[in-house]
Design a protein around this ligand. Structure first.
Ligand code: GAL
Length: 358
């Protein structure tokens, strides 16, 4: 209840926009009606027609901080809407498409009523779609957006297949803007008139990594800044890899590095460890940005040890995916693309974001 009251008290425009795209915990239903779980006891308040429906969920990898938040919220929300916990099966693809494909086959054989899939390889989406559609099961993709041609097939064939997620271009743009808004004078510590940066990328299989890499730098250029890339490495969304790569880059380029862009917060946490080990201080002689708004990173933004992050709204995405699945189960249709907004997180709004996510 405390969190719900807190959320209600947050009056800024940013928070209003979050609420508009559903950015709140399971205990606030998306339509703004009171929490099923808290006010009435979950099952009775949920839709009884859903209690015996089976949901199969495939997550690309459980060992991913952000996807752990996502799947926890997804499960809680599905239960709050009326599904029985025992009828929601969530599988770990262990970052292996063959493993995940086997899990999808098993769900098809079991005859689940709807599938929610976070593909290991977005490029396998067409194969996945074909077999799920052939089995007559509606399908909601999450987090790793399939290619435009694949999405077009769903529309052309009028299939019950959709994607729920945010546009990663926006998150990249926000990262760039956080840095650009500081002004060249503050960032350009070596005085060469350029933003000297390193980029730590997520899994290239995920369009989020490609877009964040591209659009963060585009935002700097659009703000009229000259840029200089000192290093660009793939850290696979992983904290340990992030630490290793940033550690290497710092030993190689030392004080020349002014900004560290990480495609996600897990890698930014690793980067921060490497930065501190190298005796550098974020906000003073180096700047660091991530994406996701993991609790730890938002706390770091408040303390000033991370320059900023971007909230990857797992509440909206989880609720949106569950709502789409429910519509399919009830025989209704969905738009094929269901989007949501990212939110820029700086020292100015970090406390509000923290109160909401914690
Ligand atoms: C991104 C997120 C990353 C990682 C990835 C997995 O949206 O920012 O932290 O979870 O999805 O596909």
């Amino acid at each position: 209840m405390k969190k719900r009251i807190l959320a209600l008290l947050l009056a800024s425009a940013m928070v209003l926009s979050l609420a508009a795209c559903g950015g709140s915990k399971t205990d606030d239903k998306t339509d703004g009606t009171p929490a099923a779980t808290e006010e009435a006891g979950s099952k009775e308040a949920g839709d009884t027609a859903l209690a015996d429906k089976k949901v199969g969920v495939c997550i690309y990898q459980f060992a991913d901080n952000f996807m752990t938040l996502f799947r926890t919220e997804l499960e809680n929300y599905l239960v709050a809407q009326g599904f029985s916990k025992e009828n929601i099966k969530i599988m770990d693809g262990a970052n292996d498409q063959a493993t995940q494909s086997g899990q999808i086959d098993a769900f098809i054989a079991e005859g689940v009523d709807v599938l929610i899939i976070n593909p290991v390889n977005s490029s396998s989406a067409a194969t996945i779609t074909d077999k799920v559609v052939a089995a007559g099961i509606p399908l909601v993709y999450i987090n790793r957006e399939p290619a435009a041609e694949e999405e077009q097939r769903w529309a052309d064939n009028n299939w019950n297949v959709c994607y729920v997620g945010c546009d990663a271009r926006q998150s990249g743009t926000y990262q760039g803007e956080i840095i650009a808004d500081m002004g060249l004078e503050k960032i350009d510590l070596n005085g060469n008139g350029k933003v000297d940066y390193i980029m730590i990328e997520g899994d290239p299989e995920n369009v989020d990594a490609q877009y964040r890499t591209e659009f963060s730098i585009k935002a700097l250029k659009d703000a009229g800044l000259e840029v200089n890339c000192l290093d660009d490495q793939v850290g696979m969304w992983d904290q340990v890899k992030g630490q290793e790569l940033v550690g290497n880059a710092l030993s190689q380029h030392g004080n020349e590095i002014e900004v560290v862009f990480c495609n996600n917060d897990a890698m930014a946490l690793g980067a921060l460890q490497a930065i501190q080990t190298a005796g550098r201080t974020v906000g003073k002689d180096i700047f660091l940005v991530g994406v996701d708004a993991l609790t730890e990173v938002v706390e770091d933004v408040i303390e000033g040890t991370v320059s900023g992050t971007v909230f990857n709204d797992h509440f909206s995405q989880a609720h949106g995916a569950a709502d789409a699945a429910i519509k399919y189960v009830k025989g209704e249709t969905n738009e094929h693309y269901i989007g949501c907004d990212y939110v820029k997180v700086t020292s100015e709004n970090a406390q509000e974001i923290l109160d909401m996510i914690k």
